[in-house]
Design a protein around this ligand. Structure first.
Ligand code: HEC
Ligand code: HEC
Ligand code: HEC
Length: 440
């Protein structure tokens, strides 16, 4: 063989080896499942599981907020077709109703389990990670079977699944196979025996079903998080809301909150803390509205117990001493805009109104390093979610039409540098960047 041929042969063997590795990594842990799938037929149409199992599945579907993605706005529950925008294009969610042609009608329980645990469809197709199977992989088999039983009980809807509109190469199974080989591994939830049963229940809900890190973690250039345990905060792609770190007390860490306060936030969307009213806003408001408000008190207590231990020992930089304080530059534009548009609710001194308007002074949501949510809040306005525990939340009007990017920058710089705050100024460029997302 000539040197060139040898080189080609070596390259070929290398590529074949890599491909085989990618395939092998994609089939990890599926050995016995194949046999189970081959041996299990889908139940006949109209089959219904035990009502208790169905009820349990319905509860788990709320805990997992499956509907948020699997129902299109105004569409039938679980019929899919919701557009999920990603940096790689649009992914459409699947029809999970028991329709035989378009939904899960012909699926068996082990096929459903494979989708949640291994991220593969009934026909073996690799699923896109817009479906957070990096989290659902932690759901245990009994819970997966209950979810399956519940989804088979909802009314079937004959609605075809729309094809994804992903850009090349992200629309290929080969790209997904490589992505999965790099970033996905089927896992089982591991009980931490040094912690209580309650803590472990909380960890299971947060890391698995609740998929909190689908938002509360940063993603790399290929859209991967560093795994379901990472809750260190991240910008939600396309939507430009920042889901703050659940391990950092300067962001959304709750190690120093009482358990009752955490439960209140997740159950009602608001918590009355000694420092003032805290509300779940934007995408977090939706999570409370559709998912966490429906959890049992026991499960919310478990989630709180787990969240309280995250970053409990994190070192927090002490506030800068007076002498090193960044000199606040005069900002008459921001000051005036605040007085004109914001002070009527949030107060001249940013103190807010107990039970109605959150304080801005001393509020970590205001001084957080990433100012994305401030921009979203001012542009979109918002309501904390209406829940039985807090049925008539006060609202904030949108200022997107009234204020220019330059105004918003000056205004936010003002609130970030008043009342003793020393956060960095917000630039017009940042405002235009965070404001730029499609308003969906
Ligand atoms: C963040 C959005 C999101 C959430 C939350 C979500 N899904 Fe999905 N799911 C998707 C998307 C998008 C797809 C389609 C993936 C694809 O086709 O590549 C999908 C696909 C699936 C599939 C595969 C369907 C098929 O035809 O192959 C199943 C099963 C499924 N989801 C079940 C669930 C269950 C059960 C829950 C709740 C525990 C859930 N999903 C929560 C977005 C989501
Ligand atoms: C769809 C994205 C998304 C998901 C899923 C999500 N969050 Fe959030 N979360 C956010 C955003 C955005 C914020 C910042 C807005 C706010 O503070 O309300 C936030 C804020 C929070 C806060 C701080 C609230 C405050 O005002 O101090 C807590 C605590 C929290 N989330 C817990 C959770 C838990 C627990 C889960 C899983 C059950 C979860 N989140 C799932 C997006 C999400
Ligand atoms: C009519 C009363 C009202 C006015 C005027 C108003 N707000 Fe608000 N603001 C609220 C309410 C109510 C909330 C809580 C809503 C939510 O969480 O969705 C809120 C929330 C916020 C938050 C989020 C606080 C947090 O803890 O997450 C910020 C930041 C904010 N407002 C800034 C402003 C600024 C800046 C202005 C002036 C441009 C302004 N608001 C004008 C009522 C108001």
């Amino acid at each position: 063989m000539s040197a060139r041929l040898k080189w080609l042969a070596a390259a070929f063997i290398g590529i074949a080896g890599l491909a085989a590795t990618v395939v092998a990594l994609n089939l990890r842990g599926e050995g016995t499942l194949d046999a189970e799938i081959a041996a299990t037929a889908a139940p006949a149409a109209g089959w219904r599981a035990d009502p208790e199992v169905i009820a349990r599945g319905a509860y788990l579907a709320r805990a997992g907020n499956c509907q948020a993605c699997h129902s299109a706005r105004g569409g039938a529950p679980y019929a899919g077709g919701r557009a999920i925008e990603t940096p790689f294009g649009i992914v459409f969610s699947s029809n999970l109703t028991p329709d035989a042609d378009h939904g899960l009608g012909r699926w068996s329980a082990p096929q459903f389990w494979r989708a949640l645990h291994h991220g593969r469809s009934a026909d073996g197709r690799l699923l896109t990670p817009a479906f957070p199977y990096d989290n659902t992989t932690l759901i245990n088999r009994a819970d997966a079977d209950a979810l399956y039983a519940y989804l088979r009980s909802v009314p079937p809807v004959a609605q075809a699944v729309r094809a994804h509109e992903l850009r090349f190469p992200f629309n290929t199974q080969a790209a997904l196979a490589v992505w999965r080989a790099l970033y996905f591994e089927p896992r089982e939830f591991r009980t931490d025996t040094t912690q209580s049963a309650e803590w472990n229940r909380g960890a299971y809900l947060v890391q698995g079903l609740g998929h909190c890190n689908a938002c509360h973690a940063s993603r790399n250039a290929l859209g991967a998080t560093s795994g379901p345990l990472d809750l260190s905060g991240g910008l939600i792609p396309v939507h430009n809301w920042y889901a703050p770190s659940l391990t950092d007390p300067r962001e959304a860490g709750v190690a120093d909150w009482s358990r009752a306060e955490i439960v209140a936030l997740l159950k009602t969307g608001v918590a009355n803390r000694p420092s003032g009213l805290v509300t779940a806003s934007g995408p977090m408001g939706e999570v409370v509205l559709r998912s966490t408000q429906h959890l049992s008190d026991a499960d919310l207590g478990a989630v709180a117990a787990y969240l309280q231990t995250l970053g409990a020992h994190a070192a927090v930089n002490p506030p800068a001493a007076a002498s090193t304080r960044a000199l606040k530059t005069a900002n008459p534009q921001g000051e005036k805009l605040y007085a004109d548009h914001c002070a009527s609710c949030h107060g001249d001194n940013g103190a807010g109104v107990a039970g109605a308007y959150p304080p801005l002074a001393g509020n970590r949501a205001v001084t957080m390093a990433v100012p994305a949510n401030l921009v979203r809040m001012v542009v979109e306005g918002g309501f904390a979610p209406a829940t039985p525990g807090h049925p008539r939340p006060f609202g904030m009007p949108p200022f997107g039409q009234t204020l220019s990017n330059d105004d918003v920058a000056a205004l936010l710089t003002h609130v970030r540098q008043s009342w003793g705050h020393q956060a960095e100024a917000v630039s017009t460029l940042q405002v235009s960047r965070y404001r730029g997302s499609a308003e969906r």
